[in-house]
Design a protein around this ligand. Structure first.
Ligand SMILES: Nc1ncnc2c1ncn2[C@@H]1O[C@H](COP(=O)(O)OP(=O)(O)OP(=O)(O)O)[C@@H](O)[C@H]1O
Length: 225
């Protein structure tokens, strides 16, 4: 589905990624491991289009998307950041944030998206989670707990029905119980939606039940299984 061919990313003289060759296939769940500064976020940034490689090519279903903008890629690649503040607007309610997420990749329609809140999200996604998130639709998202906000952010990231979900340490700010809940949610959700997922984690032991592949980055070089 996504093929990365001999990709290099440099920041000035610094080589953050070198000779990256890999493929992400349908329904893959790939754990990305590696020490601090190994290049994990840079790899996700390169897949999402936030960073354009210095060298090499990226293909989606044999189409070259190496220079396709992040905004255009967001229709089929969704990124969730470690810092939930980057994925949602704290002062807007949960419902407003969810409505806004349905517009991803489009410019127009914000007012009408908020007015016509998509109820299917409540019925199909929030209620089955059994976390009572549907009772917080009118709560500003900044008032939710870290775990609740992260779950809503992941739901938001999937509303445009992407082929690939990119998760950057989604449990970094969570306590052990919330971590288990979130990982279970990610497991069920990505399986149900048949979505390929790349997830950065520093907690391989907890997360490995999710994955069919584990990749390790070391000083910008990638070892794939
Ligand atoms: N915009 C940039 N300009 C210069 N150097 C950068 C930039 N972005 C990342 N780097 C460097 O590239 C290297 C890889 O960074 P990256 O954020 O990908 O690491 P990481 O594996 O995600 O680390 P962590 O586990 O700490 O989040 C680091 O040495 C970092 O300082």
């Amino acid at each position: 589905m996504i093929k990365i061919e001999n990709v290099h990313v440099s920041f000035g003289e610094f080589k953050a990624l070198q000779q990256i060759n890999c493929a992400i296939n349908e329904k893959d769940f790939i754990l990305i491991l590696g020490h601090n500064g190994a290049g994990k976020s840079t790899l996700l940034d390169t897949v999402s289009g936030r960073i354009i490689p210095t060298q090499g090519k990226i293909f989606r279903n044999n189409t070259d998307i190496t220079t396709l903008s992040e905004a255009k890629r967001s229709q089929f690649i969704s990124r969730v950041f470690q810092n939930t503040h980057m994925g949602s607007v704290a002062t807007m309610t949960v419902a407003e944030n969810l409505a806004m997420a349905t517009l991803k990749g489009k410019i127009a329609g914000f007012k009408s998206a908020i007015k016509n809140f998509p109820e299917y999200i409540v019925e199909e996604t929030l209620k089955p989670l059994n976390l009572r998130l549907e009772e917080h639709l009118n709560t500003p998202i900044g008032k939710l707990s870290g775990g609740q906000r992260q779950i809503i952010t992941i739901v938001m990231a999937t509303l445009c029905d992407p082929d690939i979900l990119l998760l950057d340490e989604p449990t970094a700010a969570l306590d052990p119980v919330s971590t288990e809940n979130l990982l279970q949610f990610v497991h069920n959700f990505t399986k149900q939606r048949k979505m390929a997922t790349m997830m950065i984690t520093h907690d391989e032991q907890r997360a490995k039940f999710l994955a069919n592949r584990t990749w390790v980055l070391q000083k910008g070089f990638l070892q794939t299984e």
